[in-house]
Design a protein. Structure first.
Length: 143
């Protein structure tokens, strides 16, 4: 069965964390866990808050090509679980109105002054290609 983006979004609804991969110095790949803060109505765009002064932001500025990998074990979705790989372009957003649209109170732990925290930035990853593996089914969605 070939999934559509809305089908995939339904399966991804409970997945909060992913690994974000960026291109680092000398052609190496850097990866780190990121939370989409419960902003999981997936439409091809993912949003992550960060501080401006980080390696990932410097890497995105140098090359906006990123990958995101998501997985949900069988215990979350029922057998067999799902794996999702997103390839896309990242952009940096510094607009407080956009921050408000994606902010949740749990972020106060890392950004104590909320959207007014100095140096906060929103990373938007717009998917170009999404691959999925869902048990025996697999496929690719181009956006």
């Amino acid at each position: 069965m070939t999934m559509t983006l809305p089908d995939l979004a339904t399966k991804m609804k409970k997945i909060d964390f992913c690994m974000m991969l960026t291109k680092a110095d000398a052609g190496t790949i850097a990866s780190r866990p990121m939370s989409n803060n419960g902003d999981v109505d997936y439409d091809g765009d993912s949003f992550f808050f960060s501080y401006q002064d980080t390696d990932k932001v410097r890497q995105i500025t140098a090359d906006p090509t990123v990958s995101l990998t998501f997985t949900a074990p069988p215990s979350l979705l029922g057998k067999p679980g799902i794996f999702v790989a997103v390839e896309g372009k990242a952009s940096l957003i510094a607009d407080r109105a956009v921050f408000e649209a994606h902010w949740v109170s749990d972020l106060d732990r890392w950004f104590p002054q909320g959207i007014a925290t100095p140096g906060v930035v929103l990373i938007k990853v717009h998917a170009e290609t999404v691959q999925y593996w869902d048990g025996e089914d697999s496929g690719r969605i181009r956006l």
